[in-house]
Design a binder for this molecule. Structure first.
Ligand code: NAD
Length: 359
């Protein structure tokens, strides 16, 4: 959906936000989106007070803190952003305890991925969300890539027919099951990245019913997925591909139509159409009204749509959350239920390869 973007100062109503975690990702990708969202950044917080101060100055917050609990007590906030990463000792994502504290303090929560180290931690956050009536949205940015949103739109159309298959390629190695069960560093790396393709799979296809995977000696591998809606999918984990290669490719087939996204931005829609008669066609052009449709952004104009914060879904995910808070309605994607399905797929890899794993 093409939204006419409003600049922050043009909004008549804005939400009051506190921000925990002043690191590199926040600086590059998350906080710059606030310029195009109905958000007033009230306070920043980081364990390192110098960073919190610098971020407050850079992004226009009124105050800064080194202790998030103090920020939650002192400030009247509608929502909290949490972009803190991992606990150094346990290697677990820091999000669940911070998110639950923020909800208990009366704030809705936007937090980065990976949302937790286990499905049970997601369930714990769901319980607090239910009790406090505050919602959590997870930064599964790929569900807000304009190209992925377009796929969602296309595959929902009547002309696309019943969705049969999905294929998602992502360069990630699969840890050994014992590394997964002991939550060793390869499992942390897997958690960090698997949420990206997994979030797309759940967004486009719904809940995953079962998975069967095989692992190659170099850690790459393939997983065959069965979705609750009856469709099937392949998650192609291409560890070992070149560093110069685009990371991702996605394809969804319907009934007489298919759509392909390469490199997150190039989208080809093979709408319903027919090739010429077999053995008798002199060229490959069909009727114009059945021709494939191809899109990619232009990179000449000073537009918003050709900036990374828009192409990679950062603006979309933050804008969606801010609109939800403003209108007091829970997010329609990337909520805790979505996160639970993603974590269930992650946990499936604790099981050995070569068997059907029910999620
Ligand atoms: N979606 C994406 O494209 C994407 C890209 C990069 C990083 N990320 C995610 O963003 C998160 C942060 O990554 P980063 O590279 O910015 O990490 P970082 O280490 O640079 O920043 C994290 C910051 O959080 C602060 N922090 C940690 N615990 C805190 C607490 N209790 N209170 C206040 N501050 C606290 C740290 O001091 C640090 O400054 C990670 O979860 C990562 O997976 C997402």
């Amino acid at each position: 959906m093409n939204i006419r973007v409003t600049y922050r100062h043009e909004y008549l109503r804005r939400i009051r936000v506190g921000y925990i975690g002043c690191g590199g990702h926040s600086y590059r990708n998350v906080l710059p989106t606030f310029a195009y969202c109905p958000i007033d950044l009230v306070a920043t917080c980081d364990l390192d007070a110098d960073k919190a101060r610098a971020f407050a100055r850079q992004f226009g917050a009124e105050r800064f803190y080194a202790d998030y609990r103090e920020m939650l007590t002192q400030e009247a906030l509608d929502a909290v952003f949490i972009v803190t990463g991992y606990d150094r000792q346990t290697r677990k994502p820091l999000y669940p305890p911070l998110a639950m504290d923020a909800m208990q303090a009366g704030c809705h929560v936007w937090m980065e991925k990976p949302p937790a180290a286990s499905a049970d931690e997601i369930r714990a956050m769901m319980a607090v969300s239910e009790q406090t009536k505050k919602f959590v949205m997870v930064g599964f940015k790929k569900c807000f890539f304009p190209a992925i949103e377009k796929v969602k739109d296309l595959i929902g159309r009547e002309e696309f027919g019943h969705v049969g298959t999905i294929y998602v390629r992502y360069p990630q190695s699969i840890p050994l099951p014992e590394q997964m069960r002991r939550y060793e560093p390869p499992a942390v790396g897997f958690l960090d990245h698997i949420v990206h393709p997994a979030s797309i799979l759940v967004y486009l296809m719904g809940d995953i019913q079962s998975v069967f995977y095989e692992r190659s000696p170099n850690g790459s591998g393939s997983a065959l997925l069965k979705f609750a809606n009856g469709a099937t999918g392949v998650l192609h984990l291409t560890a070992g591909q070149s560093g110069t290669s685009p990371l991702e490719r996605l394809e969804v087939t319907g009934s007489g139509a298919n759509v392909v996204v390469d490199n997150g931005i190039k989208l080809t829609y093979y709408r319903p159409g027919a090739r010429g008669a077999y053995g008798r066609s002199s060229h490959y052009f069909g009727a114009d009204e059945q021709a494939p449709i191809y899109w990619e952004p232009e990179f000449s104009l000073g537009q918003l749509y050709n900036q990374g914060i828009f192409l990679l879904g950062y603006w979309g995910e933050v804008y969606h959350f801010a609109e939800c808070v403003l209108n007091d309605r829970p997010p329609r994607r990337c909520d805790l239920r979505h996160a639970l399905e993603v974590m269930k797929l992650y946990e499936a890899f604790k099981q050995p390869p070569g068997m059907v794993i029910t999620l």
